[in-house]
Design a protein around this ligand. Structure first.
Ligand SMILES: *[C@@H]1O[C@H](CO)[C@@H](O)[C@H](O)[C@H]1NC(C)=O
Ligand SMILES: *[C@@H]1O[C@H](CO)[C@@H](O)[C@H](O)[C@H]1NC(C)=O
Ligand SMILES: *[C@@H]1O[C@H](CO)[C@@H](O)[C@H](O)[C@H]1NC(C)=O
Ligand SMILES: *[C@@H]1O[C@H](CO)[C@@H](O)[C@H](O)[C@H]1NC(C)=O
Ligand SMILES: *[C@@H]1O[C@H](CO)[C@@H](O)[C@H](O)[C@H]1NC(C)=O
Length: 440
């Protein structure tokens, strides 16, 4: 089976805030693979704090940008732009558009309503940004399509990128005529490579499965292989082949890097994270540094392929899971029916660290620019806080149809990572519209 998704369960082992940043002793990860086979393993996080890492690998990109482009980003507080990253969920019945996810071909495991989830309160919240004077409007399909008229919008990344891409397709196809341009075959292949067209606005929206962003062999393309072999210096082949056609790229990755891989730079092993025995003597590079390199390689490819045409890169931040210390194979892993209240749950530092990698690579890329032509725009789509507050928005046991039809099975799997469709992930797209509508 190919293209399986990995789900991380950091098992809620919060280090004391005093020594956070260096070691997290033991860390349980879990894979929810295609067949949702549980694979728990000890997870030694070995990374130095982000800021101490050298930036050598980025220099070709920085030089390229210096010579060619200027990166710009709208500064919050200037003009009408808002910072949506901080805020709170407020009760707002009727705010979320309740599309029929069966009609827009979402993965059956995310189709919570069809699968029999009985409560619907998780659909009745809206995100209220903390920034003064800011509200986040409900998703408006016409407004999205107008903002990207004539463009190809491509989601590239892991299963959270796909979750957001499918949400967008549901929101758009519920309101506008569309054509399915292509869809890979087989399961899960058919969810991992597809493109829709919206002829009224000459817009196309596609999704490319690339959980490391860069070229990867092994588990991410063939679930029977136990490990991932990841080429940090080469962009993912499938999306890279289309890079010249991509006007708006939405990138999201992180979960697979936390699970681990053997990382290559060219033919050399660059380092490992959670690697098998035979790689035990290799440099342990953790997940944050490879994640940086992967983003840099992907962004370099997109900039290089743009050849001076305007281009948007949206870097979505990490959307954390809510297994809350319980095993993935448990009917009670995520059963909450309401968001967390402010202060009820602190964001784990691991999740914050991965979010910060994205801010860092965006800032590095912008610093590379020295004025002149405003060609490539980078935006951070910071969903970490809003997603972390929504333990109620996951399918849980309703990843399967009518899970209690035969009573309660103690070994039932729960999906506490992806969001139900419709669900809180629709809010990612509410923010995406606002980012894309901002003036260059
Ligand atoms: C990868 O290898 C190239 C060529 O040997 C080298 O220039 C580059 O610095 C390496 N990148 C990293 C991240 O080590
Ligand atoms: C890019 O340009 C800035 C300002 O002109 C300079 O400070 C920086 O060193 C340059 N970066 C590279 C990688 O050339
Ligand atoms: C938005 O707010 C967050 C959290 O306060 C902050 O980390 C981030 O830098 C802000 N975004 C921008 C683009 O300034
Ligand atoms: C959603 O659409 C499917 C397929 O068209 C249909 O069978 C189902 O009844 C619809 N569900 C709801 C809740 O309308
Ligand atoms: C690691 O061990 C293998 C044998 O298990 C050996 O072939 C290889 O050269 C070693 N690599 C390093 C970097 O020490």
């Amino acid at each position: 089976m190919g293209g399986c998704q990995a789900v991380l369960d950091p098992n809620n082992q919060k280090p004391s805030s005093k020594n956070a940043g260096y070691f997290l002793s033991k860390h349980t990860c879990a894979w929810l693979a295609c067949g949702f086979v549980l694979l728990a393993l000890l997870h030694l996080l070995c990374c130095a704090p982000a800021g101490t890492r050298p930036a050598a690998a980025f220099s070709p990109l920085l030089q390229y940008i210096n010579n060619t482009y200027s990166f710009v980003s709208t500064v919050p507080g200037v003009g009408k732009s808002c910072n949506y990253s901080e805020g709170k969920w407020v009760w707002a019945p009727g705010h979320v558009l309740r599309y029929n996810a069966t009609r827009c071909n979402v993965k059956a495991t995310h189709d919570c309503i069809r699968n029999g989830r009985p409560d619907t309160g998780y659909l009745d919240w809206r995100w209220q940004p903390a920034a003064p004077g800011c509200t986040l409007p409900a998703f408006d399909a016409g407004s999205f399509l107008a903002a990207v008229r004539g463009k190809h919008v491509a989601f590239i990344g892991d299963s959270m990128a796909r979750n957001q891409a499918q949400s967008l397709i549901c929101l758009l196809t519920a309101a506008f005529p569309y054509r399915l341009q292509y869809r890979a075959t087989g399961d899960p292949g058919k969810y991992n490579l597809w493109r829709y067209a919206f002829p009224s606005h000459a817009v196309t929206v596609s999704y490319y499965w690339a959980p490391f962003l860069v070229r990867a062999e092994g588990k991410s393309v063939d679930d029977s292989v136990p490990h991932n072999y990841v080429h940090l210096d080469e962009p993912g082949e499938r999306w890279s082949a289309d890079a010249a056609t991509i006007d708006v790229a939405v990138l999201a990755a992180g979960h697979w890097l936390m699970n681990g891989a053997i990382y290559y730079n060219g033919s050399e092993v660059f380092g490992v994270h959670n690697a098998p025995e035979e790689f035990a003597n290799r440099t342990k590079v953790g997940y944050a540094w490879p994640l940086r390199l992967a983003y840099r390689t992907a962004m370099e490819r997109l900039v290089g392929a743009s050849r001076g045409t305007p281009r948007d890169m949206v870097l979505a931040t990490f959307s954390p899971s809510h297994f809350e210390g319980r095993p993935v194979q448990s009917p009670t892993a995520c059963t909450r029916m309401e968001p967390y209240r402010e202060g009820e749950k602190e964001l784990e530092w691991v999740f914050r660290e991965i979010r910060d990698v994205v801010y860092d690579v965006a800032a590095e890329a912008r610093r590379g620019g020295g004025g002149g032509e405003r060609t490539v725009r980078i935006e951070v789509l910071d969903v970490t806080k809003l997603a972390s507050m929504r333990p109620d928005g996951h399918p849980g046991v309703y990843m399967n149809r009518d899970p209690f039809a035969n009573g309660v099975d103690e070994n039932m799997f729960s999906d506490c990572l992806h969001f139900c469709l419709p669900g809180p992930v629709d809010t990612f797209n509410e923010i995406l519209v606002q980012l894309l509508k901002k003036r260059r």
